[in-house]
Design a protein around this ligand. Structure first.
Ligand SMILES: [Zn+2]
Length: 146
């Protein structure tokens, strides 16, 4: 068992990883609809994900796992005729495109929204950045699915 006041030993790290992997593996055995909450629970410790509202956290988690409803992600799982952005039609509809490139949702991004790679916001962003990213993605999907 790792002790918080001591440096992590190799065997501590190994046991933490094994426990995490076991939880992830058991989640992977589930059906799709049940899988995500389990993955989410397995990952959420020690991350800003746990300090944002759950609906935002699920959206961020899906984006991290490249399992969103954006066409470029969907095309890896189901056949689709195009992966072009449903709003602007100019580029591929990816998380990166939605978060910082698509001019159709420029108005949904707050002023001063960082022009960073999406992964940096999704994995290293603070609470506000993650919540905002989740909102931008939701706005996009709401408009794209109209
Ligand atoms: Zn676009």
């Amino acid at each position: 068992m790792p002790q918080p006041w001591k440096p992590l030993t190799l065997s501590d790290a190994r046991s933490v990883l094994q426990r995490g992997t076991a939880r992830l593996w058991s989640a992977a055995q589930l059906y799709n609809s049940e899988r995500f909450p389990h993955f989410y629970e397995a990952y959420k410790a020690g991350d800003y994900l746990q300090s944002v509202p759950r609906s935002d956290a699920v959206q961020i988690f899906r984006a991290r796992a490249k399992h969103t409803l954006f066409l470029a992600d969907r095309a890896r799982h189901v056949w689709s005729a195009t992966t072009a952005c449903r709003l602007c039609g100019e580029q591929e509809e990816t998380v990166q495109h939605v978060l910082s490139e698509c001019w159709e949702v420029a108005g949904d991004r707050p002023s001063g929204w960082p022009d960073k790679p999406a992964n940096e916001i999704l994995w290293c962003g603070d609470r506000v950045a993650m919540s905002t990213a989740a909102k931008i993605m939701r706005m996009f999907l709401r408009r794209a699915m109209q």
